[in-house]
Design a protein around this ligand. Structure first.
Ligand SMILES: Nc1ncnc2c1ncn2[C@@H]1O[C@H](COP(=O)(O)OP(=O)(O)OP(=O)(O)O)[C@@H](O)[C@H]1O
Ligand SMILES: [Mg+2]
Length: 365
């Protein structure tokens, strides 16, 4: 066969295949967009395991008419200021999510920017973009995704049972909710009891309250605060007491610069820190938030941004291990279920470590 250039529609579907693997990927991209837009409240509704419908509503800054029209084009983003892929302070940066979703589903965006006299709505169906039309919306953005993968039926065949897709969506919302205690989240839909995480303060007590809401009151009562840092790298979070362990490592929630990640290096550091505290077949429950200068970490190594690469792996590992060991030493007097009050009290006043310039800016894009 001769070499030929693929059509734009095919190119877009191939790209979409990487970004939109399953309904939960759509939820992740839309919630991340809402967080980047400075939302303080994000409501997610899904039906049919997200295949029939995903609606994400936020109260963020919204988009002007012109931005809305551009936002659904490939490689269009408001988040890369000076083309520096190593200075990423937002969850998004590629300008791929909306066009990818629009290529494989029926996408409708309704948004209201403060500078516009009214809201605008725009539809993209199977890659075909409509015209923006005036709409009614008080503020923020509502994104509605219907009939996911209707344009790529092959993908449909690879979806798991509705129940597992529903569960994967729940997992995505829970993980993102852990990153931002100051943002209220709800997840609803005919297939589930609604999940509600009210907004809390962005301090250690708020963090613990949110973790308790997501992981259960048991965790909050059986976790010690973790806090450490060195050379521009900060680690904070809550680590479950060794007496509160699990038979698998699925309850280790790891975040880098506000992004939920799977990371061998971090998991290895956790294992090393608990090695003397836990039997080999037991695993801790924890939520660890690593913050580092964006130049020290490459987030552009995975299509769904689920993995990162650190420039100084040794520093990350030793800082995480040390912070965890210190936390476990402080908690060593406590066995499981001594009550959550002690956990909060163990914090020095002043809340989470101040990180000048950077996480405070996150969400301001
Ligand atoms: N909920 C929202 N509120 C306000 N603006 C939004 C919202 N969602 C998307 N946008 C705008 O649309 C642009 C495109 O969104 P899209 O998710 O496709 O790309 P991105 O977030 O820039 O990068 P990525 O592909 O890595 O997610 C964003 O850069 C942002 O300006
Ligand atoms: Mg995005």
């Amino acid at each position: 066969m001769p070499v030929r250039q693929l059509t734009e529609a095919v190119v877009n579907r191939i790209a979409a295949g990487e970004v939109v693997e399953r309904p939960a990927s759509v939820v992740k991209e839309l919630v991340e967009n809402a967080l980047d837009a400075g939302a303080t409240r994000i409501d997610v509704i899904t039906e049919g395991g997200g295949r029939r419908r995903i609606t994400v509503t936020d109260d963020g800054g919204g988009m002007s008419r012109d931005d809305l029209v551009l936002a659904v084009e490939r490689h269009a983003t408001s988040k890369l200021d000076d083309d520096d892929l190593l200075d990423i302070r937002t969850l998004g940066f590629r300008g791929e999510a909306l066009p990818s979703i629009g290529a494989v589903a029926k996408l409708a965006l309704t948004t209201r920017h403060a500078a516009e006299p009214h809201a605008w709505t725009l539809a993209v169906e199977g890659g075909l973009k409509g015209e923006p039309k005036p709409a009614a919306l008080a503020g923020g953005t509502r994104v509605d995704v219907r009939d996911l993968f209707y344009a790529t039926p092959a993908r449909l065949k690879f979806l798991k049972a509705e129940r597992s897709e529903t569960e994967a969506i729940r997992d995505v919302v829970r993980r993102l909710a852990m990153t931002r205690p100051d943002v209220a989240f709800t997840l609803a839909g005919e297939e589930r009891a609604p999940l509600t995480f009210p907004a809390a303060l962005p301090d250690a007590a708020g963090r613990l309250a949110r973790l308790g809401a997501v992981l259960g009151a048991d965790f909050a009562a059986n976790a010690v605060p973790v806090r450490g840092g060195r050379d521009g790298l900060f680690v904070e979070g809550f680590a479950g007491l060794p007496t509160f362990s699990k038979a698998n490592s699925l309850s280790q929630y790891l975040f880098v610069n506000g992004r939920p990640v799977r990371d061998k290096l971090l998991h290895g550091a956790v294992r090393a820190a608990y090695a003397d505290h836990l039997a080999r077949d037991r695993h801790p429950v924890l939520a660890l938030f690593v913050d580092v200068d964006p130049h020290e970490v490459d987030v552009n190594v995975h299509p769904a941004k689920a993995e990162v690469r650190f420039r100084d792996a040794g520093l990350v590992r030793s800082t995480v291990v040390r912070a965890l060991l210190e936390a476990l030493t402080r908690g060593s007097g406590r066995a499981a279920s001594t009550g959550g009050g002690a956990t909060v009290a163990a914090f020095r006043p002043g809340g989470l470590a101040p990180r000048p310039g950077w996480p405070a800016e996150r969400g301001a894009a």
